[in-house]
Design a protein around this ligand. Sequence first.
Ligand SMILES: Nc1ncnc2c1ncn2[C@@H]1O[C@H](COP(=O)(O)OP(=O)(O)OP(=O)(O)O)[C@@H](O)[C@H]1O
Ligand SMILES: [Mg+2]
Length: 236
Amino acid sequence: MIAHPKLSVLKSSMEILQHFTETKNPTSHFISLEGIEACGKSTHITGLKDYFLKKGFAVTIVREPGGTIFGEQLRQAILSSQFPIPPIAEAYLFASSRAQLLAEKILPLLSQDRQIVICDRFIDSSISYQGVARNLGVATILDIHKYPPLNVLPHFTFYVKINLETSFRRQELRNSKKDYFEAEKVDFYKKIIEGYEQAAQLFPQRIKTIDGEQEVSLVFGQIIKHLQHINWPHKL
Ligand SMILES: Nc1ncnc2c1ncn2[C@@H]1O[C@H](COP(=O)(O)OP(=O)(O)OP(=O)(O)O)[C@@H](O)[C@H]1O
Ligand SMILES: [Mg+2]
């Protein structure tokens, strides 16, 4: 019998998952927001910042690609590219930005007490964009992340799920100039959504899927509900 493709992805990825580790300071937490363009990542990151500041945490927001001087240079190079970048080069460019961000900012912060680091996109963007949409394979992306400092996963990830029509409608309202990825075709976006589904299957504990079609306050309410159900190692 031919194995279901998703099952084979899950199986080949299991061994690689053992290489991932979590940060050690139990009072500090690493959260990422994921989803296609205009799903609401930036909107909810602002809400989360207020939420955790009120709880007495120091909050740092970083974005990918970027977040460091070197990373922002890479961001500029990738997103303004007028020429197709080979998928494997794209994967390593994002991984380079991520490694720099982890080494320079995220890991030092998370070693301190009561820090919240919120990252606008992280490894799941690479799984869906380069792994699935660019056909490199999820296992290839996980493999690149075997090596320190890349082998650190967020404690929690909120995947804000919207459909393509909603994404395009909001982008039109925003009327912003299209960058390298936003100019991609509909089929590519469908694959990205498929990629996020695969990531959510692969990491069911970490990735919480949020219905991003509802109005902002209701979407944010879902995120807060998840946070309230987490068994925190300290008083929140
Ligand atoms: N639930 C929602 N309902 C209606 N509009 C929304 C909702 N969430 C976000 N928006 C609007 O959609 C637009 C995109 O939201 P936002 O910038 O937060 O998305 P994003 O995921 O950060 O996008 P990008 O990937 O391009 O950075 C904004 O104008 C925002 O006000
Ligand atoms: Mg944004």
